[in-house]
Ligand binder design. Structure first.
Ligand code: NDP
Length: 282
């Protein structure tokens, strides 16, 4: 039987509808959420993501201010802009679109963002707070995945959860959030022996690798919940996930698609973080 497709687009819309009302109420109290979006260089994918995020802001009544900087911007110039935005009381939250050009150190840039304005939840202070179960902000993609599970009444407690990928942006915080929900969590990476065996143990499998269809149907335990974070372009310009969808969807109980799955949820959590930042700053 074909798996149920978890609809991230619909849930993201529901979250945005709720945020729109909340933002209206905040504005009455004099709190105006505003997201500063910084993009450096001309990466076409980054431009698309930034446009999506700005449109999302507009949809829920959050103001957004874009700073589009040229490719040759120095690290110091970028950090100076961030320091200026940190001090600006009109800016609730700051997002630096990654990746940055090679000559800029991403860590130093992320560390320069005021943790109370950290829309992406990348700053080590916020990562630390998440780790000890006292987060101010949520990591956008992993928290979006959790909201998708919750909305579909998929319990995590006691389940075998396997996360493939250990990036600071997705894999590691995903593992922390699943652990916080009492999952039994295994994290896989490029040095994992016998990925197939480990994945096959999973009641809940989250793939965040960035390799087209690396997770084959044979890796899936019958009835598992499969969340595909990956977004990959094939040589023939097709968009595919990290999971071989057609085969996996015959074996899983629930699955996400590469579009309309995790992506919209990621963006919805970004909006939530921006509103939270505005509320925290009063
Ligand atoms: P990274 O490249 O930072 O991390 C990839 C991870 O996958 C690494 O931990 C790496 O292991 C692991 N890996 C690589 N090859 C293998 C392998 N053969 N077997 C097992 N593990 C492997 O990527 P991100 O975490 O930033 O993103 C992952 C994917 O998710 C990408 O496709 C990205 O586009 C997508 N993404 C989608 C989002 C959305 O909103 N839908 C948001 C963010 C990302 P090691 O650490 O050992 O190198």
């Amino acid at each position: 039987m074909a798996a149920k497709v978890l609809d991230g687009k619909a849930l993201a819309q529901k979250i945005k509808d709720g945020l729109k009302k909340e933002v209206e109420e905040l504005k009455i109290k004099g709190i105006k959420p505003c997201l500063a979006v910084i993009i450096v260089g001309n990466d076409p994918a980054s431009r698309i993501y930034v446009n999506f995020k700005k449109n999302d802001c507009a949809e829920v009544g959050i103001e957004s201010v874009e700073h589009a900087l040229p490719e040759e911007t120095t690290e110091q110039e970028l950090i100076s802009l961030i320091q200026q935005l940190n001090k600006d009381p009109g800016i609730s939250a700051i997002l630096v679109q990654l990746p940055l050009p090679k000559h800029i150190n991403e860590d130093r840039v992320i560390f320069s963002i005021d943790p109370s304005k950290d829309a992406d939840c990348f700053h080590p202070v916020n990562v630390g707070k998440l780790m000890i179960g006292k987060p101010d902000f949520m990591p956008c993609t992993p928290a979006g995945v959790i909201e998708l599970l919750d909305e579909n009444n998929i319990a995590v407690s006691g389940k075998e959860c396997v996360v493939v990928g250990r990036s600071n942006i997705v894999g590691k915080p995903q593992a922390i959030l699943l652990l916080a929900k009492n999952g039994t969590v295994t994290v896989c990476h490029s040095k994992t022996n016998n990925l197939e065996e480990v994945c096959k143990r999973a009641d809940i499998l989250v793939a965040a690798v960035g390799r087209p269809e690396i997770i084959k149907g044979s890796f899936i335990k019958p009835g598992a919940v499969v969340i595909d974070v990956g977004v990959n372009r094939t040589e023939d310009n097709k968009l595919v996930g990290d999971v071989e969808f057609s085969a996996a969807s015959e074996i899983a109980s629930c699955i996400t698609k590469v579009t309309g799955g995790v992506g919209p949820m990621t963006r919805a959590v970004l909006l939530k973080n921006t509103v939270k930042a505005a509320k925290m700053q009063g």
